[in-house]
Write a protein of this length. Structure first.
Ligand code: MG
Length: 376
């Protein structure tokens, strides 16, 4: 893998919080990726909702398959730009580790429950998972990942949380939010790969579920452009193959757009090292036209899919499950696993416990504690 001078170089990593000897055959970012793949939180992603509840169908994306798709798109773009593929893969595989069960509904409900206790943000929770909550090493909590991987995982962070992080780790992971700087290019790339991935797979899952139709997608220029191209190349194409061919062409167009626009932005900026990118506005980006098209598609998915009455009905129930779980554990912490029950800060322990749950474990626990079976 040939790295550009502005790529993150594992030999120049800002390192791990707990000093460890270098591995004989792997770079530091390969090691991060391997630690993430072996973590408990990673395996749980299989049973966590992306948009559709896990048990609603076997073919819908889960957090796991979403994360794999982000890693695939990210690596593919990174290779063309001579950025560090291993770092991109590590960040992509870890970026959603902090997600609650039931997707955004779960996160919103947990944030409400934690309102008086510092709130709940899934990005910060992903960082907590790799910094604190994984219990795999004798000498430290968490996975002890490199600074660059942790920086990529913490995509967003409120000012208050950034200040809290900065207190615990001066000149560390929270500082860029206080100084309004960017993360490295590999982290920037993961953000965009995330958007490209969910836009595409949510169209696929949305049509598969019957909640959105190919006819509705005629209003979305980005999709329509590629559906037209597909029909020109394959007259009479219809149904699933038309959907896949259109999505495939749409994905390729977005990937090539990011590569061309970013290569150009990097050349214009005259970057000489990885740190140069941190002081500038984001360089990994779509062209202005593709930015508009992607934003239009996101708006379509928001209104027609994420806010579809059937999804909204699930959202109400999912929020109730999370809220009632939260109250039950707060009233009786001994109902949690011993390690969580023993912690002094009960509210945060409950949030960590619930955030770590898979959809079906949350449903079962809710039934055990309340006698009501929801979402089944
Ligand atoms: Mg994601």
């Amino acid at each position: 893998m040939s790295l550009a001078p502005y790529a993150c170089d594992p030999a120049r990593s800002r390192g791990r919080r707990h000093l460890e000897e270098a591995a004989p055959t792997r770079t530091e970012y390969q090691r991060d990726r391997d630690r993430i793949v072996h973590s408990t939180a990673f395996r749980r992603l299989v049973y966590k909702t992306q948009v559709f509840l896990n048990h609603e169908g076997d073919l819908f994306r889960t957090r796991m398959t979403h994360s794999l798709e982000v890693a695939q798109l990210g690596r593919s773009i990174a290779r063309s730009l001579h950025l560090n593929e291993d770092l991109v893969e590590a960040v992509a595989l870890a970026h959603d580790l902090g997600h609650t069960p039931f997707g955004h509904a779960g996160q919103d409900a947990l944030d409400d429950c934690m309102g008086a206790h510092g709130g709940f943000e899934h990005n910060l929770q992903s960082l907590r998972v790799v910094d604190k909550l994984e219990e795999r090493y004798p000498a430290f909590d968490g996975l002890n990942l490199t600074f660059e991987t942790r920086e990529g995982i913490l995509k967003h962070c409120s000012k208050a949380n950034a200040q809290r992080l900065e207190l615990g780790e001066p000149d560390g992971i929270g500082l860029r939010f206080l100084e309004r700087k960017q993360p490295g290019l590999e982290a920037q790339l993961c953000n965009l790969a995330d958007e490209i991935a969910y836009n595409a797979h949510d169209i696929d899952d949305g049509v598969r579920s019957g909640l959105i139709t190919l006819e509705q997608l005629e209003d979305v220029e980005l999709f329509q452009r590629h559906a037209r191209e597909s029909l020109t190349a394959y007259p009479g194409l219809q149904g699933r193959r038309l959907l896949y061919e259109s999505i495939r062409r749409m994905l390729s167009a977005q990937v090539y757009d990011v590569i061309a626009e970013t290569a150009n932005a990097i050349a214009q900026a005259g970057l000489t090292c990885a740190n140069d990118a941190r002081d500038l506005s984001p360089l990994v980006r779509f062209s202005p036209d593709m930015r508009d098209r992607s934003t239009e598609l996101k708006g379509f998915l928001l209104h027609k899919l994420y806010r579809h009455p059937q999804v909204a009905q699930m959202t109400v129930q999912a929020k109730r499950v999370v809220r009632e779980l939260f109250n039950a554990y707060r009233d009786e912490p001994a109902q949690m696993q011993a390690g969580f029950a023993a912690r002094a800060d009960t509210a945060r322990a409950v949030a960590d416990y619930i955030a770590g749950m898979t959809d079906r474990f949350a449903v079962r626990e809710h039934e055990r504690l309340t006698g009501n079976r929801l979402l089944a």
